[in-house]
Design a protein around this ligand. Structure first.
Ligand code: FAD
Length: 275
């Protein structure tokens, strides 16, 4: 099948993109890399009257570093993170996460902002960035606001974005030299969407411990009790009964096999961080 016909508007600035969205009165869709939206258009799951292409807006494709954080424009591609994050102090784990997304042709076009806005429960960035403690910068005609990555997605394909807003950037806090990180994803073939995934960050110098599971949950889901145990007791928190109870509490709806896969990813991520 092919998409229904639509107007195509290539925006040169964020202001122009927002104006084009507003002018269409709810009938427009943003397009960045087109890796998720393209198939949805072809299957006519979405039928926008207008596409607003934000992929070439310079302000959305920049990576800027400060002493305390790194600002990654929403239209930075997975491939750029794969290639460039290893050259930015502390961001090597994100290069590794990027490399596990699809295959290189998908990563060459797909963007971080597109992945977050699409909000597939099995996607990599929503989980990775929630566990990292990233902040998301949202632009709208009413101004700019920031939302924590772990509060951005409220369910499968549902986000905090309003109708005439776009995701402009991801702010990544720099971790301390003591920080330990792990992201584990289970999929049947390399580069597929996750069937089960977990991410763990432990940064004792900043008093941060975060434990998140992704698929099969419908959104990145925090396990704060487990994170607290890790902060207090380190490796002694690695008890299978505690892990199983934590998974059971948030994945009660999942099949036993998916729950077990998630438990295994969580155990491996925790082992890596606490070894
Ligand atoms: C074969 C294949 C394998 C894949 N494997 C994986 C995988 O293993 N892991 C994974 O995580 N993903 C995977 N993906 C998805 C891929 O990561 C996409 O790049 C991503 O989901 C969407 O990014 P995009 O830039 O292509 O967004 P688009 O397809 O252009 O847009 C997706 C949605 O987000 C909206 N949008 C885009 N940018 C913005 C913005 N800045 N602000 C607000 N809304 C915006 C659009 O309106 C649309 O609704 C795969 C895709 C394919 C085709």
């Amino acid at each position: 099948m092919k998409p229904v016909s639509f107007d195509y508007h290539r925006a040169r600035s964020v202001g122009e993109a927002l104006a084009a969205l507003e002018e269409a009165g709810g009938e427009a869709k943003l397009i960045a890399g087109g890796q998720s939206l393209g198939p949805m258009l072809n299957l006519r799951l979405v039928r926008p009257a207008r596409l607003v292409d934000i992929g070439a807006i310079e302000a959305l494709t920049r990576i800027d570093e400060t002493a305390t954080s790194v600002r990654v424009g929403a239209c930075v591609t997975h491939a750029r993170v794969e290639d460039e994050a290893c050259g930015i102090e502390g961001l090597l784990p994100l290069a590794r996460a990027a490399r596990g997304i699809g295959y290189r042709a998908v990563r060459n076009r797909g963007t971080l902002g597109g992945s977050l806005a699409h909000a597939d429960p099995a996607a990599d960035w929503p989980l990775v960035l929630a566990a990292w403690g990233a902040d998301l910068e949202i632009e709208g005609t009413a101004g700019t606001r920031r939302v924590a990555a772990d509060a951005f997605m409220s369910g499968a394909y549902v986000t905090a974005l309003g109708e005439n807003e776009l995701l402009a950037a991801i702010h990544l806090p720099r971790l301390s030299g003591q920080a330990r990180w792990a992201y584990r994803k289970f999929c049947r073939k390399p580069g597929e969407f996750a069937e089960a995934a977990a991410a763990v960050l432990f940064d004792p110098a900043r008093s941060v411990a975060r434990v998140f599971v992704g698929a099969p949950a419908d959104r990145p889901t925090s396990l704060p009790m487990l994170a607290g145990e890790i902060a207090r007791n380190g490796r002694a928190a690695l008890r299978d009964d505690l892990l199983a109870a934590s998974c059971e509490a948030v994945l009660a709806h999942a099949t036993p096999a998916r729950r077990q896969a998630c438990h295994t990813m969580l155990r491996r991520a925790l082992d890596e961080v606490l070894s």
